[in-house]
Ligand binder design. Sequence first.
Ligand code: SF4
Length: 160
Amino acid sequence: GKEDVVIGISACLIGEKVRFDASNKPSNFCNKELGQHVTYKAYCPEVAVGMPIPRPTIRLIKDEQIIKVSRPDGSGDVTTAIKAYGKKIASISKNLSGYVFCAKSPTCGMERVKVYSPSGDPLQAQGIGVFSREIMKANPLLPCEENGRLNDPILKENFV
Ligand code: SF4
């Protein structure tokens, strides 16, 4: 039954107003379709590490090969906090059947997250969120998808 399939999900995708601008990013597919078959365990890593709602935006910044996540001017570096939270959730994710990440987020994005130089130049769009990276690294066999990736029905196929 639905209770047996527990899927981790970025909290903003199921409607929690936890984004930087106090908005959400509800995924129709996750809420109306996949939600009929699975039970979600929702996490917002940015809020979990104590960032307020609303809050200044953060981005991936690559400096001397090190990728960190902070405000565009380099202040408010939350890399260590979000990594540690990712490790903690990864350790309790062994019981999850999968994870749906919010695309493009410097915290939750699975791939194609924009990376900037310290002076603000866009470098590439190949980054991985600081939180999602820890989840995927610790659980390489965990089925993971992003909202909207490859057309949403693939999510269902992968998890149910
Ligand atoms: Fe929170 Fe992740 Fe959604 Fe950003 S993408 S609001 S960190 S759950």
